[in-house]
Design a protein around this ligand. Sequence first.
Ligand code: ZN
Length: 194
Amino acid sequence: MIYSTHLAAGVLAGFCVLGFGSPEPDTWPMLVGIAAAGSLIPDLDHGRSILQSIFERGVGTTSGKIPVAGRVVGYAGRTAVRGINRMFSRIVRHRGIMHSIMAVVVFTVLLKILWPGISPAGVQCFAAGYLSHILIDTLNPQGVPLLWPYRKKFSLPVFNITTGSFFERRVLFPILSALAGYVAFTGPVGTLLS
Ligand SMILES: [Zn+2]
């Protein structure tokens, strides 16, 4: 699926976690952001992922403000990120291990190790966001190896939504976005406003 669909599902997953837990309202934007980021991680196995584009643009904007040296560092940074992403995608293959329950566990543990101070709600949001990506990809006929290393790919053929199709852009994405809004306003945001 395209990244905007995954982002909408990730935000929805984040608001669902906020609804179940009771984290401080001032942490909500960050928590939903963590869920959204988690929802984009699985497609790092793609040779040209949206996270790579975001990073490249960030490097470009920052380095562009510093003359000459900034541009050299920016170019080197972009080339390095592109190279790493390409190499990574060749090792793990698109829609491989990164799209499995195993990866949800591994990346969540990795996040906790790299960010020891992250709150339990942050960990839950990340895992929920990551999981949302995998579940959304089961709506695609290509399927995902949910139970990797068992290589069978799981999909819900009843939906058969191809990536970037009219149905995905005009039906699935709006539904997920509306659901995210509904969950937010009937849950945590609504509680805060009332
Ligand atoms: Zn994917």
